[in-house]
Design a binder for this molecule. Structure first.
Ligand SMILES: NCc1[nH]cc(CCC(=O)O)c1CC(=O)O
Length: 319
């Protein structure tokens, strides 16, 4: 391949720069070409509104996609959980690399664990999904917490704890790993307590759909199992007709017997943000052999959740 640099469009937040930088190195390795970062400002970065109030999906990705469509950059890296489920025809998800730790975590004062937070503790999160599940857990276990809506980048959120404004904040392990702050985690939340967002911990590498050579080259970084798992999770989200800021958690994982992978389990949850009502279901079956089968699994679980009243729990934000 030629020596011309590939242009990687990226947001300029610390998290985006970290994950773009890591993918840039990997792409350089597999293509033998230099990769140059091109910074792009998105509406999600500049808006001061609460993310949930902005409404709609994909506020972080629109500007990157516009740059791809205009040919200003060759590819972009997204956090998969921020990517709307409807894939534009002109763009291709060329690679979904191996997923990192999908769990949510707590960064709390005084090294506190979630279940050790004192009565009335203020815990910051802008995510209806996290609020719904933390509140549901609190109700079931007699904890008394107050979920406080916050937004801002990861550094800003952690600062609320150091400044004493909040007792704890909830974040994704993957993001903290990527920016080198994972040591500050005081509690890793079990996925039995808080199911992550569909696609959490995974990245998506996107480019123009008509760049076959580039798609093939980037495809070297694809991890088929991660893609099967997140395909099922995102199909569930899409079938619930929920956006990325809806209170929906989903996780597909492998069930192994020793070293032999036996089955895939898909779990999903929807809840009201106050945690008073949730619909949580799980299905286990053979590992899907095609992405179509993975999609079908997500749709089937969504249909069962809807039959149990999931739609009524998603509030006005369900689209
Ligand atoms: N919504 C912001 C966002 N998008 C992706 C991540 C973390 C990385 C990931 O989940 O892949 C974060 C921060 C967070 O939720 O703590």
């Amino acid at each position: 391949m030629s020596e011309k640099a590939l242009r990687l469009g990226t947001r300029r937040s610390k998290l985006a720069m970290a994950q773009s930088g890591q993918v840039a190195d990997a792409v350089s390795q597999v293509t033998g070409r230099p990769v140059e970062l091109v910074e792009i400002t998105t509406y999600g970065d500049v808006s001061r509104e609460q993310l949930a109030q902005i409404g709609g999906t994909g506020v972080f990705v629109t500007a990157l996609r516009e740059a791809l469509l205009k040919g200003e950059v060759d590819f972009a890296v997204h956090s998969l959980k921020d990517l709307p489920t409807g894939q534009p025809e002109e763009l291709a998800l060329a690679a979904i690399p191996v997923r990192e730790d999908p769990r949510d975590v707590i960064v709390a004062r005084d090294a506190l664990k979630f279940t050790d937070l004192p009565r009335g503790a203020r815990i910051g999160t802008g995510s209806p999904r996290r609020m719904a599940q933390l509140n549901a857990y609190a109700r079931a276990h007699g904890l008394d917490i107050e979920a406080v809506p916050i937004r801002g980048n990861v550094d800003t959120r952690i600062r609320y704890v150091h400044d004493g404004e909040l007792d704890a904040v909830v974040l994704a392990a993957a993001g903290l790993n990527r920016i080198g702050r994972i040591e500050e985690v005081t509690d890793f939340l079990s996925v039995d307590t808080v199911l992550p967002a569909p696609g959490q911990g995974a990245l998506a590498i996107e480019c123009a759909a008509d760049h076959a050579d580039l798609i093939a080259a980037l495809g070297e970084l694809d991890d088929p199992f991660t893609r099967v798992a997140v395909t099922a999770e995102r199909s569930l989200l899409a079938a619930l007709e929920a956006g990325c800021s809806a209170p929906v958690g989903a996780l597909a994982d492998l069930l192994a017997d020793g070293h032999v992978v036996k089955e895939m389990r898909l779990r999903g949850i929807v809840g009201t943000t106050d945690g008073s009502r949730t619909v949580q279901l799980s299905t286990t079956g053979p590992v899907p052999e095609t992405y179509d089968q993975a999609m079908a699994l997500g749709r089937e679980l969504a249909a069962e959740m809807l039959a149990q009243g999931a739609a009524g729990l998603m509030g006005e934000r369900a689209q």
